[in-house]
Design a protein around this ligand. Structure first.
Ligand code: GLU
Length: 339
């Protein structure tokens, strides 16, 4: 076994999903039970997102052995939006390593909105974490490539390898956001003023805006999540996309900051790392077991899919995924014998 960056043999937590039939059954039940909830509102600050059918709802689980279970609109495409942040971060972690990304991007929650400018000012220009826009834009700036076009190709190629298929850009979503993303441009300029972005900040925002407009399905998200659950190996293509250490680091950041200002509540209810996006997708990872992808466009006030959270909470409980759940200690054979 390899040593990690701290010179320690990294052991892994264990556990397995229940059998195929049980997972299949619970994915259908998660969809059925959550479908009746019509609360929340569709995002409209990116104008084109407001035109989506709010009733769309897909649920998918991908197991680390490559089995996939889907219910509802699991093959309907939507823009990945903020969920891209987690996967671009993983690619950058692989490139720069644990210590560098911790120092340059950060791993702590801001407690403020994802597009907060105040958070940057309160932290002396530090982007704080890769799941808020400041940290995500600073992370995209660290993707390989000599030009913005090369960086964009590296983002698209990397996320496609997580999904196991070529992901397409939704040019309508990209153009809608590019015309209205003055705030992200301001964030990039502010980072530049603090010396946190060395490239042309507007070119970096353009790559970031394209990365958010990549089209995925709930099925893609489940497979992308299962890749992070499987030590970086895509369970469908068998490709090693990132290392096990990168997966661990990425999941830790997702657990603390993946669900906007509701990250604490998410961890309390669901007990798993996840990342949501304003188009209504959520990816969730059960380390060593699999990934969950959900899509439903109505959002809570923080920007998280309402049905998506309900379906994931159900699956976490029904499939025994909560990483904080434990059963009473069973004495080992030797202890039993001596008592
Ligand atoms: N492209 C969006 C933005 O930067 C992503 C928002 C999100 O999904 O949180 O505003």
């Amino acid at each position: 076994m390899e040593l990690d960056s701290h010179g320690v043999e990294q052991q892994v937590s264990t556990g397995a999903l229940p059998g195929w039939d049980a997972v299949e059954h619970h994915v259908l039940v998660a969809h059925e039970r959550s479908r009746e909830h019509a609360d929340g509102v569709v995002a409209d600050y990116i104008p084109i997102l407001a035109t989506v059918d709010p009733e769309l709802f897909g649920v998918c689980v991908a197991e680390v052995d490559g089995e996939v279970h889907a219910a509802g609109d699991a093959d309907v495409s939507f823009s990945i939006q903020s969920i891209s942040k987690a996967f671009v971060y993983a690619l950058v972690c692989g490139r720069l390593g644990h210590e560098v990304v911790r120092e340059r991007i950060g791993v702590n929650n801001t407690g403020l909105a994802f597009n907060s400018v105040v958070a940057i000012e309160l932290n002396d220009g530090h982007p704080m974490n890769p799941m808020v826009n400041a940290g995500a834009i600073a992370t995209t700036a660290l993707m390989p490539g000599d030009t913005a076009e090369e960086q964009w190709q590296a983002v698209r190629d990397g996320l496609s390898r997580f999904a196991g298929r070529p992901l397409a850009l939704d040019t309508v979503v990209y153009e809608s956001e590019a015309a209205t993303n003055q705030r992200n441009r301001a964030i990039a300029r502010l980072l530049e003023s603090y010396g946190r972005i060395e490239l042309d900040p507007l070119a970096v925002v353009d790559v970031y805006t394209k990365q958010c407009a990549l089209l995925v399905t709930a099925r893609d998200l489940a497979i992308m999540g299962a890749t992070l659950a499987d030590g970086g190996i895509n369970p469908v293509t068998g490709e090693q996309v990132v290392s096990p250490e990168v997966c661990r680091d990425t999941l830790a950041v997702m657990a603390s900051t993946g669900l906007y200002e509701r990250s604490g509540e998410w961890l309390f209810e669901i007990g798993l790392p996840g990342k949501s996006g304003v188009a209504g997708g959520i990816v969730t990872i059960a380390p060593g077991k699999g990934g969950i992808g959900v899509f439903s466009p109505r959002l809570d006030p923080a920007g998280n899919s309402v049905r998506g959270q309900r379906a994931t909470a159900y699956l976490s409980r029904a499939l025994g995924l909560n990483t904080f759940a434990s059963a009473m200690h069973q004495p080992r054979a030797t202890e039993k014998e001596s008592s």
